[in-house]
Design a protein around this ligand. Structure first.
Ligand SMILES: NC(=O)c1ccc[n+]([C@@H]2O[C@H](COP(=O)([O-])OP(=O)(O)OC[C@H]3O[C@@H](n4cnc5c(N)ncnc54)[C@H](OP(=O)(O)O)[C@@H]3O)[C@@H](O)[C@H]2O)c1
Length: 510
C-alpha cells in the first residue's frame, strides 16, 4: 500500500536501533539480514548504529561474527563483499544484560550516549528505535525499565527538536482481549501511541500492500468490490510444515492466535475496508479498524455453527506438545461483515499446519452470471446450462508465486458455443524483474522513517482480539466439538468441508 511518506526521496535520519533479544532466532534470521539489505541499498542513514541487548555474554566481535553467519545463511543479498560487511558491522554493538536488571538499562543509556557522541550527535538529539524481539512475557518488564531510566524519550508533540524515540513490539501482542488491553495500558503509561509500532510482518509483504493499490489504483475493480457482485471471499493461509520443534510455544497459542488474530484478520481488513481519505497512517488505520468493527462477532455459544477446529494426527507426538493436547493446528471460520458494502457476503477463513502446500491467498469469488444464453443440448437432447462455467474468481496470491489472477469464461475453439474457464495472470517475478524486499526490510525502514501506516494501532489490535476472544471462550466452554483429527498432507478435517457446504459452496480446489 503506498504510504504518505512513500515518495521516492524518503530520507532517514541518523539513529540507533536497539534489539532486545538479540541472541535469538528472529534477530539472526530476519532483523539483521533486513538491516544489512537496507544498508546495501543505501537506505540506512549515515550515523546508523545497531545495539544487540541479551543475556548471554558475548563480545562485540562475537556478536558481529554471529550476525555475519546469519546474513550469509538468510539474507536476500549475500554479504560476499567483506569490506562492505565490515563497514556495516563496525556500527554493531552488543550489550550483555538481563531484562530485569536496572543496571543493564543504565549501561544501555551510557552506551547510547557514547554512540551519539562518536557520531557528533548533541546530547538529547539522538534518535532511538527499540525493537522488542523477546519472549512476550518480557515486554512489560522491558517497557517499565526503559521508562525508569528515561529512555522512553518525549513524544514528538512534547519536544519538537528532541531526538525521536520509537518502540516496535513483536507479535503476539497479548493472548486475548484482556491481556492485549492490559499491555496497551502499560505501554501507553510509558510511551505515547505515536511512538508505538506494533508489528505484523504480513503487512510488510509487497503482495499484501498491493491489495489496496490493486483495489484503488484500478478503476475497473472497485465498482465490483461489494455485495452486488461478490458472492463470497475465501482467505487461506496454508503451511506444509508442522510445528518444527516449536511445540512448546505453539501449544500455548494454536492456529487462532498464531494466524487468525493477526495475519488473517489483517488480510480481511485490507480486502473489506472502505477507501481511506488519504494514504496517511491514521486514515488507513481508521478504515481498517472500521472494517474489523463491522465484522459480526461469533458469540461463544455460536462457535459450533461458524467455526471448525482440527489437529493433525502426529501433532501430539511433536516435542514439547503434551500428550492430551487439544490445541488446534487448523481452523476454518465463517465471518459476516455487517455493513453496506458486504452485508450477506460470507468471508471464509481457513488456516492449518501440515497441509499439502505452503500457500497464502485471498480469493474473491464473483456471482454466477445468468447462463441461459450458453445452454446447450447434450447427445440425448437434454438442454442444460453450460456446466463447464465457473464464476469469475480473482485470486490475490500472497505467497509463494506472488501474483494476481482472474478466472474468466471464454469460448474454446470449435463449433459449439460454450464456456471454458481460463486465467488471466500477473506474476511479480516476471513482471517487475526486481526481487521484492523482505517484509522486515520495509517495516524496519518505515519505523526508522516514522511511518506507522503498516503497523497496528491500539484500537486495531483490540478490535481483532474482540473477534477472536469469544471464539476461544466458546471452545473452552465446550460449545463446539474438540479439534477433529486430520492427516498430514490433507486439506484439513471433513468438518471444514461441511461448514462451507452448508452454504452450498466449496473450498477452492488448489
Ligand atoms: N523467530 C521468528 O521467526 C519469529 C517470527 C515472528 C515473530 N517472532 C516473535 O519475536 C519474538 C522473539 O522470537 P525469537 O524466535 O527470536 O525468540 P528466541 O530465539 O527465544 O530469543 C529470545 C531472546 O530473548 C533473550 N532473553 C530472554 N530472556 C531474557 C532475559 N531475562 N534477559 C535478557 N535476555 C533475555 C534471549 O537471550 P539469551 O538467549 O541470551 O538468554 C534471546 O536473545 C517472540 O515474541 C516471537 O513470538 C519470532
Amino acid at each position: 500500500m503506498p504510504t504518505s511518506s512513500s515518495a521516492p526521496n524518503r530520507t532517514a535520519e541518523p539513529c540507533t536501533v536497539v534489539i532486545f533479544g538479540a541472541s535469538g532466532d528472529l534477530t539472526k534470521r530476519k532483523l539483521v539480514p533486513a538491516l544489512y539489505n537496507l544498508y546495501r541499498d543505501g537506505l540506512l542513514p549515515q550515523g546508523f548504529s545497531l545495539v544487540g541487548f541479551a543475556r548471554r555474554h558475548k563480545s562485540n566481535e562475537q556478536f558481529r561474527e554471529e550476525m555475519h553467519e546469519g546474513a550469509i545463511a538468510h539474507s536476500r543479498a549475500k554479504p560476499t563483499d567483506n569490506d562492505e560487511w565490515d563497514a556495516f558491522a563496525s556500527n554493531i554493538h552488543y550489550h550483555t544484560a538481563d531484562f530485569d536488571n536496572p543496571e543493564g538499562y543504565a549501561g544501555l543509556h551510557d552506551l547510547l550516549g557514547q554512540i551519539d557522541e562518536s557520531h557528533g550527535v548533541p546530547k538529547g538529539k539522538g534518535n532511538r528505535l527499540f525493537y522488542l524481539a523477546t519472549p512476550p512475557d518480557a515486554y512489560t518488564r522491558i517497557i517499565t525499565q526503559l521508562g525508569a531510566v528515561g529512555l522512553n524519550g518525549p513524544p514528538p508533540s512534547q519536544c519538537a527538536d528532541c531526538g525521536w524515540t520509537r518502540i516496535i513490539i513483536e507479535k503476539p501482542f497479548g493472548r486475548d482481549l484482556d491481556s492485549a488491553h492490559e499491555l496497551n495500558v502499560h505501554l501507553l503509561n510509558v510511551f505515547d501511541e505515536s511512538q508505538v509500532y506494533r508489528i505484523d510482518h504480513y503487512l510488510g509483504k509487497e503482495t499484501v500492500q498491493n491489495i489496496l493499490t490493486f483495489r484503488l489504483g484500478n478503476s475497473i475493480f472497485e465498482p465490483l468490490w461489494n455485495r452486488r457482485y461478490v458472492d463470497h471471499v475465501q482467505i487461506l493461509v496454508a503451511e506444509n510444515i508442522g510445528v518444527e520443534g516449536r511445540g512448546n510455544y505453539y501449544d500455548t497459542a494454536g492456529a487462532i492466535r498464531d494466524m487468525i488474530q493477526n495475519h488473517m484478520l489483517q488480510l480481511l481488513a485490507l480486502v473489506a475496508m472502505e477507501p481511506p481519505a488519504s494514504f496517511t497512517a491514521n486514515a488507513v488505520r481508521n478504515e481498517k479498524v472500521k472494517a474489523l468493527q463491522s465484522v459480526r462477532p461469533i458469540r461463544a455459544d455460536e462457535v459450533g455453527r461458524y467455526t471448525v477446529r482440527g489437529q493433525y494426527t502426529d501433532y501430539r507426538n511433536e516435542s514439547g506438545v503434551p500428550a492430551g493436547s487439544t490445541t488446534e493446528t487448523y481452523v476454518a471460520l465463517k465471518l459476516m461483515i455487517d455493513n453496506w458494502r458486504w452485508s450477506g457476503v460470507p468471508f471464509y477463513l481457513r488456516t492449518g499446519k501440515a497441509l499439502p502446500q505452503r500457500l497464502t491467498e485471498v480469493a474473491i469469488q464473483f456471482r454466477q452470471p445468468p447462463l441461459m444464453i450458453f445452454s446447450h443440448q447434450d447427445h440425448e437432447g437434454h438442454v442444460g446450462l453450460a456446466d463447464e462455467m465457473e464464476p469469475n474468481v480473482l485470486i490475490l496470491r500472497i505467497q509463494p508465486n506472488e501474483g494476481i489472477s482472474l478466472r474468466i469464461g471464454l469460448k474454446p475453439p470449435g463449433s459449439e458455443m460454450r464456456l471454458q474457464p481460463v486465467d488471466l495472470g500477473f506474476h511479480y517475478g516476471t513482471s517487475f524483474g526486481a526481487e521484492a524486499p523482505e517484509a522486515y526490510e520495509r517495516l524496519l525502514l518505515d519505523a526508522i522513517l516514522g511511518d506507522a501506516t503498516l503497523f497496528i494501532r491500539r484500537d486495531e489490535v483490540e478490535a481483532a482480539w474482540s473477534l477472536v476472544t469469544p471464539i476461544m471462550e466458546g471452545w473452552t466452554a465446550g460449545y463446539a466439538p474438540k479439534p477433529s483429527p486430520y492427516w498430514p498432507g490433507s486439506w484439513g478435517p471433513d468438518a471444514a468441508d461441511t461448514l462451507i457446504a452448508q452454504d452450498q459452496r466449496m473450498w477452492r480446489t488448489i
